[in-house]
Design a protein around this ligand. Structure first.
Ligand code: HEC
Ligand code: HEC
Length: 326
């Protein structure tokens, strides 16, 4: 944060410098100095003004997001909550928060000790680091209240009130209060494991400028304080909810109809035409094996492993959702 503030001050200094040079050039006696100098310095003034504006906006959005206070909440931690939380976390969170292997990538295995630098791994390390947190009580979450952990999942706001870069792109704000509490109950029940290296965000100034300019995609709408899930069952309505905790909508767009490319992610296809060609049995087999009926495996960019851990009813609901017009 302070390094970014210094860069911002430097850029503002450049605006002043080039603004002054523009002024001097325009008032110069020689015509060519007026034109060339005035245009050159003028353009640089505009450029640095835009950089300063978007950088300041990106920093304000991240460090002062106007956070909701953490709710006053105590999660009971019943065996039912822990079991439901285990199901959800092993679908939704292990892909990023699991133990990392020697290559620095997540293994998909417990303990959920974090340490995966997703920005570096996915080729956008030029905006800084985004390292998945240790989700066991052996890391910083031990110092979070249940309400603060709830606020991470619902609003993507950390204990300091800063916005969480990666988590804010995931669809957990639409997860019900009941399921959010179940996840908290389960994470509290895990055996503590030490944190793997330095975790969390370290956005640099370029990241702030790009974020301020909206280059990472649209900001999601504000989340309500109470979210209820549709009744559980093999329905398109519940399937949409499965596509929420199953992450599908996070990548394939809010209606799972595909998402355009942003500066940090390629375009993601609409899965519906493909799924509509499959029977439920074929869909279930594809999602459990990661291999399409023509023998083509999903590439690594498509985390079918999430869906492979879903129970039959949830997969059937997901199928109903993907084969019903949104
Ligand atoms: C796409 C990868 C990804 C997935 C999936 C994911 N996370 Fe995260 N998570 C991150 C990253 C990266 C961070 C570091 C902060 C940031 O950039 O958001 C993080 C940070 C956190 C934090 C720490 C927040 C803080 O205050 O510092 C918590 C708690 C958390 N995640 C919980 C979860 C839970 C629970 C799930 C599943 C429901 C989940 N995450 C799924 C990538 C992910
Ligand atoms: C991290 C982002 C991400 C997530 C999460 C994700 N997908 Fe995908 N998905 C992709 C990408 C990228 C492709 C395109 C892969 C390729 O190039 O073949 C894809 C392809 C697909 C396809 C094949 C489409 C076709 O025409 O071949 C289906 C079906 C699909 N996804 C369903 C799902 C479902 C269901 C979920 C949730 C359980 C899900 N995806 C979660 C990124 C994602």
């Amino acid at each position: 944060m302070f390094a970014n503030l210094l860069v911002l001050l430097l850029v503002i200094g450049l605006v002043v410098l080039f603004g002054w040079l523009t002024y001097r050039a325009v008032r110069a006696k020689k015509l060519w100095v007026k034109i060339v100098g005035g245009l050159g310095a003028g353009l640089l003034t505009l450029l640095f003004t835009a950089v300063a504006f978007f950088g300041a906006k990106g920093m304000a959005d991240t460090y002062f997001p106007g956070a909701e206070p953490a709710p006053n909440l105590t999660v009971a931690g019943t065996p039912e909550q822990i079991a439901r939380g285990e199901y959800l976390v092993n679908i939704a969170c292990v892909g990023c928060h699991s133990q990392v292997g020697a290559d620095g990538n997540p293994t998909g295995q417990h303990p959920l000790s974090g340490g995966w630098n997703i920005a570096e791994a996915e080729g956008f390390g030029f905006i800084g680091d985004m390292v998945a947190e240790n989700l066991t009580p052996g890391g910083k979450l031990a110092g979070y209240s249940d309400g603060e952990l709830f606020r991470v999942l619902r609003y993507s706001i950390d204990q300091q009130g800063h916005e969480l870069g990666m988590m804010s792109f995931l669809p957990y704000r639409e997860m019900s209060n009941e399921d959010t509490e179940a996840i908290i109950a389960y994470l509290r029940s895990l055996p503590p494991a030490p944190t793997n290296g330095v975790t969390g965000d370290k956005m640099n100034f370029l990241g702030a400028v790009m974020s301020g300019a909206g280059m990472f995609g649209e900001a999601p709408p504000p989340a309500p304080a109470v979210v209820t899930a549709p009744p559980r069952g093999v329905t398109a309505e519940y399937g949409k909810y499965v596509a929420t905790f199953g992450e599908c909508r996070g990548c394939h767009g809010p209606d799972a109809t595909g998402a355009p490319a942003t500066s940090v992610s390629p375009a993601i296809p609409n899965p519906r035409p493909f799924v509509s060609e499959l029977t439920l049995e074929q869909f279930t087999a594809v999602m459990r094996s990661g291999v399409k009926p023509d023998g083509q495996p999903f590439p690594e960019t498509m985390p079918w492993q999430n869906a492979s851990k879903m129970n039959d009813d949830d997969l059937a609901a997901l199928y109903a959702y993907l084969t019903t017009q949104p």
